[in-house]
Design a protein around this ligand. Structure first.
Ligand SMILES: *[C@@H]1O[C@H](CO)[C@@H](O)[C@H](O)[C@H]1NC(C)=O
Ligand SMILES: *[C@@H]1O[C@H](CO)[C@@H](O)[C@H](O)[C@H]1NC(C)=O
Ligand SMILES: *[C@@H]1O[C@H](CO)[C@@H](O)[C@H](O)[C@H]1NC(C)=O
Ligand SMILES: *[C@@H]1O[C@H](CO)[C@@H](O)[C@H](O)[C@H]1NC(C)=O
Length: 931
């Protein structure tokens, strides 16, 4: 019902003018247009009076246009009046049958009215504003010409196009069918528009003149009739379908292209030709083209986004062109939305209706561009003009300028449009600002339900409270997860849902789901399209959600995470794990993308200790794996007993595949352990465990955290690190008499610091693939049963006398090449693994004469989150890790290498200043290199 006819074009000009006169500038009251139109019937006049009343009512600034005002009373009156006056006996047009038919036919000259245009373009003389606007425009142009290239009009016309007028001259099939849709309400511009359209260099296919709830319906119809052109049709309705209505009509055209024009646009004579040509090029075929556009607000210094109508500020964006500031468009320019005219392929029109707009009252312009980009990857462009050739102008008559003086802008409209553009940006619309200012954040969270918000809250808040870290959350919104409830669950003020600042994004995918449709399609499409845009904009290192998220949503997130050039790593956390991985926020953003990269397998060596084995398996089962798949392999020697086989067979491993390996010929401990695992890739890590070991529930988290912090982080270089121990020893194994050693006491200046140690651990350690391959080659070259034949003699080391053992050869290699293992160090030597020292191949071995005191080996298992013990609550940076040599003396990593090289006993003959370098693929020694 003619509610707030806030033309986008008017909006555009009003903005311009208001910028000129400042915020105080009040638009002049609406002028009465000169009327030489004869009124026919009194009842018609009355009907118009009703319309006018409605119009006035609706124009009142107090009307909240988001709620549909109740006009049914007025509609009823109007209908009754119409019934009185309209008696269509033969189903013809009511108006022709009433009074009007007295005159049989009108000529165009009879019915056409033209608005006098005596408007002079206002120019700004505000130097600051001119500078600001032109600089911003230049910035936009520079960015666009660098990123995807912009063309002048001659360049565009020189591009190869499917719709080239030259080809069409001989072959009419090579010409596009263009349906032009004109929307009229009260303005007297229809004749001028039709004249211009009839005179186009490229003929149109159809013109549809639409009048929804127009008080001028009668005169508009007479104008159309007067042209007596079968291609020009008149469509009217007493119901006002608003600005969306014309696009609804456009859905039904059989034309190739649709040109939707506001009533204030009189296109230049070459407009259809130019538009079709550009729309036929490969580059712009998937675009919407126009003559006037808007670049939406830029972020302010305080990180908020201003209103799109903020006056006198650069942040409020740009109108293009903006004659007030002498901003002309001479190269095609991408904008956030178009005003007053839209030219697009008929096929793209339906995109406008994917999401229900906030309101049907206004904003179809922004909604169209937003939906096209979000769902079709289609951009919105303002075409350049030739300033000296009016025929290339989208509005040859400059009626726009005239209009502006008669426009009233309502406060409510500004609010709605502000809400609308912010909604678009925060649900994945990549505005020009976003394209020009790529963001980089650490983590993006997605929660589909309120429960998920609550579960993710500790990690999100840990990220946000960690210095230098940026993290946001997107929620499904609507009935699925109301934004304000989510804010409360996060302990944030509810206002975060409305303030124009990045923090929480309400995707509103649950908005329309009042049980109307159970289909997953709108949800998948909504989540995918929104998250795709948000991820492109913010480029998070990781995208985090709970692992039991709705499978359809998961698909959407997976697709969305793959959209950026390098992709964002999708991290799916089981709910109980979220609180256990708060250390994630302490990883560098360069390490985060490797979250899913490593594959750690468990390799158990077992034979005859079924009871011990069951204890180990229980502890392994109960540990936290943050949803990672962890394969488990059982390595059984040929003398494996019945109980062990039964235990292994009946064991169900919930965290990944289970693999059984059994020897035919007894291999002994040396083969059992060393051959229990061989890496299948550079991201394949082996945890080797004998069956009398037991692990802490946190062991896997320790390994994962350490791998990410010291191995995967590209900013860290620690190539000497070859394994991660779960266990803290209490003895110095390699020294005669095996003196006690107290790591807590030793590192008391930096309590609980993990440390690097030249000793590999055989009671629970994860070995790195490259070093393990290297070890295979080394052992193969050096293996001898007789200790005396071993060419490596580490000065003062008890290991020289050890019988052949896999660990002895690994110690030799690590010593010669200066490798280290990472060890935990917590009070009481509490560890991620312990050794119960039960009789087996190792302890009862006849040659192992030393008595073992259980308390020297059995350490407490860590039962609580180790993060709280670490210095500063996190793993120290790699350069701060203390390093010890084989004999528990502090020696730098370089010092360790020097000591090894000095022996000159490695498999290659190197200088005392060189170590052996190894081909990491094969493990074969390749050359000597200075360290
Ligand atoms: C149609 O185009 C011709 C050629 O440019 C021009 O002379 C004429 O004035 C135009 N007519 C209208 C009604 O615009
Ligand atoms: C309208 O056009 C048709 C076909 O071109 C013609 O027969 C008819 O006389 C025209 N009507 C008027 C009123 O000019
Ligand atoms: C993608 O990764 C490469 C190499 O890791 C890097 O140089 C490039 O900048 C990354 N691209 C983006 C868009 O992050
Ligand atoms: C190890 O040292 C710490 C700190 O000095 C001390 O509290 C603890 O009792 C020591 N442990 C042993 C077994 O001596």
């Amino acid at each position: 019902m003619g509610l707030s006819r806030n033309r986008s074009g008017e909006d555009y000009l009003e903005g311009m003018l208001s910028d000129l006169v400042g915020a105080k500038g009040k638009p002049k009251p609406q002028k009465k247009s000169p009327t030489r139109f004869v009124t026919f019937l009194t009842c018609l006049q009355f009907a118009f009076a009703v319309y006018a009343t409605l119009l006035l009512y609706s124009m009142s600034p107090t009307v909240d246009i988001r709620t549909k005002p109740d006009f049914s009373w007025a509609q009823r009156i109007a209908q009754q009046v119409k019934q009185l006056m309209v008696v269509p006996p033969n189903g013809g047009s009511p108006y022709q049958e009433s009074g009007i038919s007295a005159v049989s036919h009108f000529t165009t000259a009879d019915v056409c009215e033209n608005e006098k245009i005596d408007f002079e373009q206002k120019k700004s003389d505000d130097a600051k504003m001119i500078k600001l606007k032109t600089e911003l425009y230049q910035e936009v142009l520079d960015f666009q010409s660098k990123s995807f290239g912009t063309e002048t009009l001659p360049q565009l016309m020189a591009m190869k196009s499917r719709w080239d007028l030259k080809n069409g001259l001989n072959n009419p099939n090579a010409l596009p069918k263009v349906t032009v849709i004109l929307n009229h309400f009260k303005r007297k511009t229809l004749c001028a528009q039709l004249e211009s359209l009839l005179n186009q260099t490229l003929p149109f296919h159809h013109v549809w003149v639409i009048a929804f709830g127009s008080p001028n319906e009668l005169s508009l119809k007479r104008i159309v009739d007067s042209y007596n052109d079968s291609r020009i049709s008149f469509i009217s309705s007493t119901y006002d379908f608003k600005y969306y209505g014309r696009f609804q009509m456009a859905l039904q055209t059989e034309a190739d292209l649709v040109y939707v024009l506001d009533d204030d646009m009189i296109p230049g004579r070459k407009m259809l030709q130019i538009l079709s040509h550009v729309a036929g090029t490969e580059k712009y075929k998937n675009s919407v083209l126009g003559s006037i556009g808007r670049i939406l607000p830029f972020r302010q210094k305080d990180l908020t986004f201003p209103s799109y109508r903020k006056f006198r500020s650069k942040e409020a964006g740009l109108y293009l062109p903006d004659p007030a500031y002498d901003i002309l468009v001479n190269k095609i320019v991408q904008v956030d939305f178009l005003s007053s005219s839209w030219f697009l392929s008929a096929e793209l029109v339906k995109t406008l209706f994917i999401e229900t707009p906030l309101t049907f009252m206004t904003g179809e312009d922004l909604h169209l561009s937003y939906q096209l980009q979000k769902y079709r990857n289609a951009g919105s462009f303002v075409l350049p003009v030739d300033p000296n050739d009016k025929e290339t102008w989208g509005d040859s008559e400059h009626r726009l300028a005239y209009v502006s003086e008669t426009t009233v802008i309502f406060k409510g409209i500004v609010q709605v449009r502000d809400d609308q553009w912010w909604k678009a940006l925060s649900t994945g619309y990549i505005t020009q600002w976003a394209a020009m200012n790529p963001q980089k954040i650490d983590a993006f969270f997605y929660a589909h339900s309120l429960e998920e918000v609550k579960v993710l809250a500790p990690l999100l808040n840990k990220f946000r409270s960690t210095f230098g870290k940026k993290a946001y959350i997107a929620v499904s919104g609507g009935s699925f997860c109301p934004c304000e409830d989510a804010a409360v669950a996060l302990n944030w003020p509810k206002s975060v849902c409305t303030e124009r600042r990045f923090k929480i994004f309400d995707l509103a995918v649950g908005a329309g789901s009042s049980g109307v449709s159970d289909s997953e399609v709108p949800v998948v499409q909504g989540v995918y399209s929104s998250m795709k845009g948000l991820i492109k904009m913010h480029d998070p290192s990781v995208l985090i959600a709970v692992s039991d998220i709705d499978p359809h949503v998961l698909k959407a997130l997976r697709m969305a995470s793959e959209t950026t050039a390098n992709g964002s790593t999708l991290v799916l956390l089981p709910r109980p794990s979220v609180e256990k991985v708060l250390w994630m926020a302490d990883l560098r953003s360069t390490a985060l993308p490797y979250w899913n990269k490593m594959r750690i397998s468990i390799n158990i060596i077992t034979q005859t200790r079924a009871k011990s084995l069951l204890r180990l398996l229980k502890s392994l089962t109960d540990a936290y794996y943050v949803g990672d798949e962890v394969p488990i392999t059982f390595n059984m020697d040929s003398r494996v007993d019945e109980d062990t086989i039964k235990a292994v067979n009946s064991f169900a491993w919930p965290h990944g595949p289970k693999i059984l390996k059994r020897r035919i010929i007894q291999g002994g401990l040396i083969r059992a352990v060393s051959e229990s695992w061989y890496p299948s890739s550079d991201d394949d890590y082996g945890l080797l465990l004998e069956d009398d070991i037991e692990v802490s529930p946190y062991y896997y988290l320790w390994v994962k955290y350490a791998l990410l912090a010291y191995h995967y982080d590209p900013q860290v270089s620690l190539p000497e690190l070859s394994s991660i121990s779960l266990y803290t020893p209490r003895l110095v194994e390699v020294v005669k008499e095996r003196p006690k050693w107290n790591a807590t006491e030793f590192f008391k200046k930096t309590p609980n610091t993990p440390y690097l140690h030249q000793l590999p651990c055989s009671w629970g350690a994860v070995f790195f693939p490259k070093h393990w391959k290297e070890f295979y080659v080394y052992m193969n070259m050096r293996f001898t049963e007789n200790a005396k034949e071993n060419p490596v003699q580490i000065p003062k080391s008890r290991t020289n006398g050890w019988q052949a053992s896999w660990k002895k050869f690994l110690i030799d290699m690590m010593y010669l090449r200066g490798y280290v293992s990472l060890y935990p160090n917590f009070p009481e030597q509490a560890s991620f693994s312990t050794n119960h020292m039960e009789p087996g191949a190792h302890i009862s071995a006849k040659d192992n004469v030393l008595k073992h005191d259980k308390s020297d080996f059995e350490v407490p298992l860590l039962k609580e989150d180790f993060r709280n013990f670490l210095p500063g609550g996190k793993l120290p940076s790699a350069s701060k890790l203390p390093s010890l040599n084989l004999f528990n003396r502090p020696v730098s990593l370089k010092g360790l290498k020097a000591a090894g090289a000095k022996l000159r006993q490695d498999v290659l003959e190197c200088e005392a200043t060189e170590t052996v370098m190894v081909d990491h693929n094969t493990g074969l020694p390749s050359r000597c290199a200075e360290f």
